[in-house]
Design a binder for this molecule. Sequence first.
Ligand SMILES: [Zn+2]
Length: 427
Amino acid sequence: MRRTFLILLALPMLAPLSHASPGSVRCGKLLDVHSGRMLTDQLIVFDADGVITAVGPASSTYATTGTPIDLSSATCLPGLIDVHTHLTGDPSSTGYQALGISVPREAITGAKNARRTVRAGFTTVRNVGARGYTDVALRDGINDGDVEGPRMLVSGPPLGITGGHCDNNLLPFEFHHIAGGVADGPWAARAKVRETVKYGADLIKICASGGVLSKGDQPGTPQYTLEEMQAIAEEAHKLGRKVAAHAHGTQSIKDAIRAGIDSIEHSSLIDDEGIALAKQHGTYLVFDIYNDDFILQEGAKAGMLPESIEKEKKIGRLQRENFRHAFQSGTKMAFGTDAGVYPHGDNARQFAKMVEWGMKPVDAIQAATVHAADLLGWSAKVGSLEPGRYADVIAVSGDPLADVRVLESVKFVMKGGAVVRSDFSAK
Ligand SMILES: [Zn+2]
């Protein structure tokens, strides 16, 4: 009986993710994201499940079906990964105008943004916060082939304290409006982890500190206590889920790392002790250092609260300086952008910021491939072009190791052996 139950549970995981047929792609150049070496004239062969069976020089003999897709004038890379997105939200869904947007409407917004995201070359995303489990529905719709979009790991509603960044503080008391993830105290937080997993979350997202786009709090101020975060991390890990903590504040970053949280989102005000703790615990740091430009230039027009713009002015530059310092100190870093704060599909604009603030192009690309896959626990599936991984392939004109901005104009996207877009067809 128990065995039958387990098999039934496993079935959705085994279903094919796309309707690919076996085939191959010939790449003029191919970036080996592990070594950072650029290989020439490579063939990627995949099977009917969209899984890579061989990668190597095109001159070798492989058992292939049909003529390879010709990308001999292009550079291939593995599909990119953004570990911090909000596909069901747009920049205009912040502040008071967000109160007029229904949960079903947000699901439709998610379908639009999933398409934009995968077409921009991001074939996998980790979605960290959505109302009403719209992210679970979107993930399932994509996996069933109803909606075009990236592979998704989703968190459902983010957990947070009453009145915190992950609550909704826009309305007065008489409306009794509370966000779906609010839970105070270790046991209530544990119960909320269980509830979130029950309704389909792949990971748990929490708000450890205050934030920018929320009303009445400060990014540097601690919200969840160490004790609450320890309970959340223990409960989530017991249920096989990782935890991502929104944390701008110096103290909250350290408390979250000490509590065993798996990734620190934003990481804005991290200090040397926090960096040392992250290295000691192997905690990933995710710095969303592109969207500062968008918030300061477009945020007011998009309807963000005046206090949000003021908060961003205070921490935006500090976050970028701390990104450089943390990278030079050797912490683990994954590529996450907070897409939704800025328009979806522009995710790759962050690469140039990461290079501007201390990384080499190859470091930034590794953060969005092998390192992001490691944080997700999906290294065996995505993040590199090797046998056994999904045939998630993107291609660009030019050399991303010389000019990382070519990733802002991805011209070919394949997900699981199925072509999502191809602008090289004129050849
Ligand atoms: Zn976010």
